[in-house]
Design a protein around this ligand. Structure first.
Ligand SMILES: [Zn+2]
Length: 347
């Protein structure tokens, strides 16, 4: 484990301990959202919570460090147990969610493969949505179709022709293994770019949720992503000229950005990994987001691998999401929806 990751795990363990939570609860009034209140306030329409779970190989260690698909593309437990643990939680509260699926799951063999497929079928049967999620460099099923290795996560390392192949082959894999046509999309590590927007537009994708307003990361690496110049909180149509532009509105793809919030100099994603702060971010958006003409969509992100340990037991993230769902369900005008359902309400 690198020093940075060790520090992240230590911080996570501290801030999800009773004393850490106590400290965070005393600081929640520092949570705010820049540029949310630019319109008149109104609350006639619903406040939609769209839980999104990026679904990949990997698992959470008992010390809460994460094993991601990039290092263990063969750890298919992230799919079958990850999905199962999330499904059980969601179904207990009748909360519909969207699973952004990386097609690497289809590279599983034998019993692993059957378990992955059976969980995906249950997701559809239970009316959760399955969207598409691309991680070219760790997706063994995709690389087999492309007949080559991919060396980067971010779209910016591929030309338009390469991106087109990646998306078309991914769609083919979805049809072949689960018989589904997908309409919602998130690029792995939020690393969308302009060529990817063009390809997704031609491929008939209706909703994207790659944007993390105000956040960039891995700037010098193959997982580079940059939404730091974007400060829009309400849906827009992605730009075919510059993916960071929110006013061109010239593609058919609606962007439903991941909710981000400001806290003590940081910009963070609405993610149950932040336990108490996720509730505070929800409260801030619930109170201040404009929804007099259209519902507001609050997009939360987590991962399948954060729902399971390597023995299949449930994680702290599942328990913290349960607290969050219970909190959000207290409000009569809050409704949990899939991306597709949310899109139909706001388009
Ligand atoms: Zn991912």
């Amino acid at each position: 484990m690198t020093l940075f990751n060790l520090l992240k795990v230590r911080l996570y363990n501290f801030f999800t301990s009773p004393i850490g939570r106590y400290i965070l609860r005393s600081l929640v009034h520092f949570v705010y959202v820049k540029t949310l209140e630019k319109y008149k306030k109104g609350k006639k329409k619903k406040f939609i919570v769209a839980l999104t779970i990026d679904t990949e190989s990997g698992y959470t260690n008992k010390d809460n460090s994460r094993v991601w698909q990039a290092s263990r593309p063969d750890a298919y437990i992230g799919y079958y147990k990850g999905i199962e643990n999330w499904r059980k939680l969601l179904n207990k509260y009748n909360a519909k969610a969207t699973f952004f699926l990386c097609t690497n799951g289809f590279s599983a063999k034998g019993n692993d493969y059957n378990k992955v497929i059976s969980q995906l079928k249950l997701l559809s049967k239970e009316n959760h949505e399955i969207g598409l999620h691309t991680h070219p460099d760790s997706d063994l099923a995709l690389q087999k179709c492309l007949k080559k290795k991919c060396n980067a996560t971010s779209a910016r390392f591929y030309n338009k022709g390469e991106i087109k192949k990646i998306i078309l082959e991914s769609q083919k894999l979805m049809r072949k293994h689960i018989g589904q046509k997908v309409s919602s999309f998130r690029w792995g590590n939020w690393a969308l770019d302009t060529n990817a927007v063009k390809v997704l537009n031609e491929a008939g994708i209706k909703v994207d949720s790659s944007a993390t307003p105000g956040i960039k990361g891995h700037i010098h690496g193959t997982m580079h992503y940059d939404w730091s110049k974007v400060n829009e909180r309400y849906p827009w149509r992605l730009s075919l000229k510059n993916y960071q532009n929110t006013i061109h509105n010239n593609s058919k793809i609606m962007e439903l950005p991941i909710a981000t919030f400001n806290f003590m100099g940081l910009t963070l994603r609405a993610d149950p990994v932040y336990s108490v702060l996720l509730k505070a971010a929800f409260d801030y958006y619930y109170k201040n987001a404009e929804r007099s003409d259209k519902p507001f969509v609050f997009v939360v992100i987590s991962h399948s691998i954060e729902g399971t340990h390597n023995d299949g037991t449930v994680t702290r993230v599942i328990k913290d999401t349960e607290d969050f769902i219970k909190h959000a369900k207290k409000f009569d005008d809050v409704e949990f929806m899939t991306m597709k359902e949310a899109y139909n309400k706001v388009k």
